[in-house]
Design a protein around this ligand. Structure first.
Ligand code: NAP
Length: 300
């Protein structure tokens, strides 16, 4: 089986390079790959031509414009990467008969209320990132290709930059640290997403070809950025890392204290019942993956 992996050097893409290996020949491409594996999502026709050339049975797309605040002033770039090129890939997938796996986000919702969103809940993105990711989803659905779209949230990984690494750095440098406590979601490991992706592909290609559609995929449980930061910093302190900030130096602040170019959803709770029942999967509590990542990057 030939698997075309797009965005292989991002957080999720890096883990997919590992998890997809047992399923077949993985052709891993990214913006910064060497010439024959370089892919540029600002050029939809060239990405479509790559799909035609490789003729993969499976396409996994983890490339995206993920700089949420920059996207507010880079609308056309974000749209090209998150929507137009995704649509071009989906059109080729429909023609060739490839299965397309794609990732989307909690930012397609407006984050109102406190109930977890179902996949069928109304979408209402607050930002350019959220809007362009939703456009990408819609182009996939309109193409008629066989597909799986995984909406996820708060992604971290040992490979790449993310909230955990920022908190560890700031906690080592500062005596006080203010972190938002009124946005609620589930930190989700790129390794978990990559493993779930591989399991889904194995199931679908082994005969459950009718399975597909849009699913939420996040770790179990919920937290705020503040409690997430406290978990990370407490772990670092307990495990002999350099931590300057004292427990009382970590302060909870509302989102309104940190104006950013892009608005964030306050409620990022995503129900995963559909994914768990359709694919008979167990999703671990968010702390399991975060602690594993902390141990991995600290060598503990
Ligand atoms: N990160 C999160 O918290 C989060 C939350 C919810 C959903 N998601 C979704 O999950 C998926 C994976 O996210 P991630 O965290 O792994 O993202 P990431 O680490 O930012 O990786 C994205 C990859 O896309 C590549 N890329 C960017 N512009 C490109 C272009 N013009 N042409 C080709 N490749 C390009 C990046 O390359 P460069 O590094 O060279 O730019 C990078 O390798 C995305 O669909 C994202 O929207 C992420």
């Amino acid at each position: 089986m030939k698997i075309l992996l797009l965005g292989c050097n991002g957080q999720v893409g890096w883990e997919l390079q590992r998890s997809l290996q047992p399923l077949g020949e993985v052709i891993a491409c990214d913006f910064d790959s060497s010439a024959d594996r370089r892919v540029d999502f600002t050029q939809p026709a060239s990405v479509a031509a790559l799909v035609d050339r490789v003729r993969p049975q499976i396409i996994v797309n983890s490339a995206a414009h993920t700089a949420v605040d920059k996207a507010e002033s880079e609308v056309e770039l974000a749209r090209a990467i998150n929507a137009t090129t995704v649509g071009a890939i989906a059109e080729r997938a429909a023609v060739i008969g490839s299965l397309l796996i794609h990732y989307s986000t909690d930012y397609v919702y407006d984050g109102s209320g406190s109930l977890p969103r179902e996949e069928s809940s109304p979408t209402a993105p607050l930002s350019v990132y959220g809007r362009t990711k939703l456009e990408g989803e819609e182009l996939i659905r309109a193409s008629g290709c066989r597909h799986v779209i995984l909406r996820t949230s708060w992604v971290y990984a040992a490979h790449g930059n993310n909230f955990i690494k920022t908190m560890l750095r700031l906690a080592a440098e500062r005596e006080t640290l203010s972190v938002i406590d009124d946005q609620i979601g589930a930190p989700t490991g790129a390794d978990l997403l990559a493993d779930v992706t591989a399991l889904m592909i194995a199931r679908i290609t082994a005969g459950d070809g009718h399975l597909g559609g849009t699913f939420h995929c996040v770790a179990a449980g919920e937290t705020s950025w503040f409690d997430y930061a406290r978990f990370v910093i407490d772990w670092a302190r307990a495990n002999g890392q350099v931590v300057k900030v004292a427990p009382e130096g970590l302060r909870a602040v509302p989102t309104s204290a940190y104006p950013t170019p892009a608005a964030r959803p306050l409620n990022s709770r995503l129900s995963t019942a559909k994914l768990r029942s359709t694919f008979s999967l167990h999703l671990p509590d968010w702390r399991v993956g975060v602690e594993r990542m902390l141990r991995e990057i600290s060598g503990k």
